[in-house]
Design a protein around this ligand. Structure first.
Ligand code: HEM
Length: 126
């Protein structure tokens, strides 16, 4: 792994693992998100662990497993509204706290995910 990455600074895979576990526990019980996610989030969480590892500068496991990320394209089958984007970010904000990710990394991570989440919207609110 590269030195000086967010991935390394926050403690590497064990920390990503904790973050993703807390995140999907919330996603799975969020009324705005339940309708678009599978009931069993095991495989979704597995892919997200690979993705976030790569996204924050760790090993490129997502690309090895799934190919080019193309995140916006992979989200097109789901109606991602501004409300759902906000719900996703709420779950992530809480998970960052639960995983005890400290500043300045917490803010850096949240800002990068916020930009990506905006980019994922593909449907107006109803
Ligand atoms: C997959 C929703 C934002 C990363 C998915 C899936 C849904 C979803 C419904 C499919 C789950 C499955 O079938 O397993 C949303 C919503 C978002 C959002 C509502 C709100 C903006 C993001 C962001 C990222 C992200 C910001 C990354 C920073 C992923 C990844 C997958 C995924 C890595 C798995 C893709 C694959 O199949 O390889 N998302 N997502 N999502 N999402 Fe999101």
């Amino acid at each position: 792994i590269k030195h000086g990455t967010i991935y390394e600074a926050i403690g590497g895979f064990p920390t990503i693992n904790k973050l993703v576990t807390h995140f999907y526990k919330r996603v799975g019980s969020h009324p705005k998100l339940i309708p678009i996610f599978p009931a069993d989030l095991t495989e979704t969480a597995r892919k997200q662990r690979l993705f976030l590892t790569q996204f924050f500068g760790g090993p490129r496991w997502y690309t090895e497993d799934r190919g080019h990320p193309m995140m916006r394209r992979r989200h097109m089958p789901f109606e991602i509204t501004p409300e759902r984007r906000d719900a996703w970010l709420e779950c992530m904000d809480a998970a960052l706290t639960e995983a005890q990710i400290e500043e300045p990394y917490r803010t850096a991570i949240f800002e990068k995910l916020t930009m990506t989440a905006h980019h994922m919207m593909n449907t107006p609110d109803k």
